[in-house]
Design a protein around this ligand. Structure first.
Ligand code: HEM
Length: 492
């Protein structure tokens, strides 16, 4: 068979030499017609052979385009000689990841969205420190007997939070806060299992590209890391030095911010990975539209806009982190007014840069410690960052509607940027309401959801502006392939 294929390839090369055909055609007009007929299939076979070789390893198995006998022959020729080494065939990854991977990634992102809100509720109901141990496996069991409950309650009664804040709590009340923390941890385990197991399956079954396989492994590792950060955070709220007079038993705001940031990164990564797979599939199914769209995105008029959306993503993420510090320090319970903070737009400097927070004799840490640990300045930071984010979004929308940019901007990207204005307005309204009403649980939870929604908005807008070079090349090849197929089928 291999010998036969080699012979066919040689024959195709011989037949495709135009000089031979042209010379003969010049001398023998009566044979010209026949030679042209011969030359066409030969060169077509060669083109198709190279094209079929090119596309062969790709995951175009779902192509619904009918193959002509000629292109089938070319594809057969291009097939490598059967190898005795079966492992070689098995190790081939597709060029596009399966769509089901995309849907699973988006469902996982939705689950992370849910756990972030539930985690916020756990914090707001002051339930987060009710489980005082970290037992990754056995901790998933709900205490069944009265003795088990007594034992859990006993451990909580030894914690700073119980002694200093909840000393009158009874077992029934304890069960309520325990339920919140237990469910939060169980949800975290569920996210871990429902991500890691399918990751193994999808990689083993070669349903993803090598790059996507790395992404999935990276996200799996991040989920594991998040479990560790969660416990590291809870541990900071159980420390013995929190019994000291004047200290407040709550988790470190730094660790809370790290836990929230990791959740946001995990969510973003899942979302972007899922969307990129769907985008690739769309480009393959509608290559003409995709090439048009991606080519439009290459316009120099969009370069600044693209950079601005990337910068805005960083700004939103920074605002989110500062919000976590506000939440971690309960800084939303002071200055419950807007835009004023006391008698002015900001509290007095002596209050903002309070020596109480400095730990170095020379005061070299005065500024940054106050920025991260002084509730007054932390709230002011968050206000400033939030209003900067709002202004930046307004400016971005205005810029996207200006002359050259407006003309070059594809409709999907334009809608993405306009959507940002709605999201940021809602988020600012929720933030101000949360502050004015002194952090009621529903408003604070909605404000947290708004932060994730805003992040989603900027990621989607950024993705719609990005030029995925590999996908563009794929769409171009697909387009050429369709044109070729149309050409070969045409004369019939
Ligand atoms: C771009 C706009 C904003 C973003 C992205 C944002 C983001 C966040 C985030 C992520 C949190 C932490 C939530 C948690 O961990 O529970 C937070 C908390 C908070 N934010 Fe904002 N925020 C924005 C605007 C504002 C504004 C304008 C205000 C009011 C002036 C505000 C007031 C607060 C307050 C009081 C909290 C603490 C709530 C709590 O203790 O649960 N935020 N913000």
């Amino acid at each position: 068979m291999a010998f036969f294929q080699l012979g066919l390839r040689r024959a195709a090369v011989q037949l495709s030499r135009p000089s031979v055909f042209c010379a003969r055609a010049a001398f023998n007009a009566s044979q010209q017609q026949k030679l042209v007929q011969l030359a066409t299939p030969a060169s077509t076979i060669l083109k198709l052979v190279s094209q079929a070789r090119h596309t062969q390893s790709r995951n175009y198995a779902t192509q619904k385009v009918q193959e002509s006998p000629l292109s089938k022959l070319a594809t057969d020729i291009a097939k490598p000689a059967p190898s005795s080494d079966k492992s070689e065939k098995k190790s081939s990854f597709p060029e596009t990841s399966s769509k089901s991977v995309a849907y699973w990634l988006l469902a996982s992102a939705a689950s992370v969205f849910g756990i972030v809100i539930f985690g916020g509720l756990t914090r707001l109901t002051e339930s987060g420190l009710s489980i005082t141990e970290w037992r990754p496996v056995t901790g998933s069991l709900w205490p069944g007997s009265q003795e088990e409950w007594e034992s859990e309650f006993e451990k909580y009664r030894a914690s700073p939070e119980f002694k200093m804040l909840n000393s009158t709590m009874n077992l029934q009340e304890f069960k309520q806060i325990y339920f919140m923390e237990w469910t939060h941890r169980l949800w975290g385990r569920f996210i871990g299992m429902s991500f890691v197991l399918p990751t193994i399956y999808f990689i083993a079954r070669r349903r993803v590209t090598p790059r996507m396989a790395c992404t999935l492994v990276g996200i799996s590792a991040l989920i594991g890391f998040q479990g560790f950060i969660g416990w590291w955070m809870v541990k900071s709220g159980l420390k013995d030095d929190l019994f000291a007079p004047g200290s407040h038993p709550r988790v470190s705001q730094y660790r809370l911010a790290a836990h929230l940031a990791t959740a946001f990164v995990c969510y973003s990564w899942m979302l972007l990975a899922g969307l990129s797979i769907l985008r690739t599939h769309k480009a393959i199914n509608f290559p003409e539209q995709a090439v048009k769209n991606f080519t439009a995105l290459q316009s120099p008029a969009l370069r600044v806009l693209r950079g601005s959306v990337a910068a805005l993503t960083v700004l939103i993420f920074t605002t989110v982190l500062s919000g976590a510090l506000v939440a971690g320090l309960d800084a939303g319970l002071i200055y419950n007014e807007f835009p004023m903070m006391g008698n002015g737009l900001a509290p007095p400097k002596s209050e903002l840069l309070d020596k109480f927070y400095s730990r170095h004799e020379d005061g070299s840490d005065l500024v940054w410690r106050n920025m991260l640990e002084n509730p007054s300045l932390v709230q002011l930071d968050h206000r400033i960052l939030a209003m900067t984010t709002f202004t930046a979004v307004c400016a971005l929308v205005a810029y996207s509607r200006s002359g050259r940019v407006k003309a070059a901007l594809p409709p999907a990207a334009r809608k993405g940027i306009t959507g940002l204005l709605h999201l940021v307005s809602l988020q600012v309204a929720l933030g101000i309401s949360t502050l004015i009403y002194m952090v009621p649980i529903p408003l604070a939870a909605a404000h947290q959801a708004g932060a994730l929604a805003l992040l989603t908005g900027v990621l989607v807008a950024g993705q719609r502006l990005r030029i995925p070079k590999a996908t563009l090349a794929m769409a171009q090849r697909r387009l050429a392939q369709l044109a070729q197929q149309a050409k070969t089928q045409g004369p019939k």
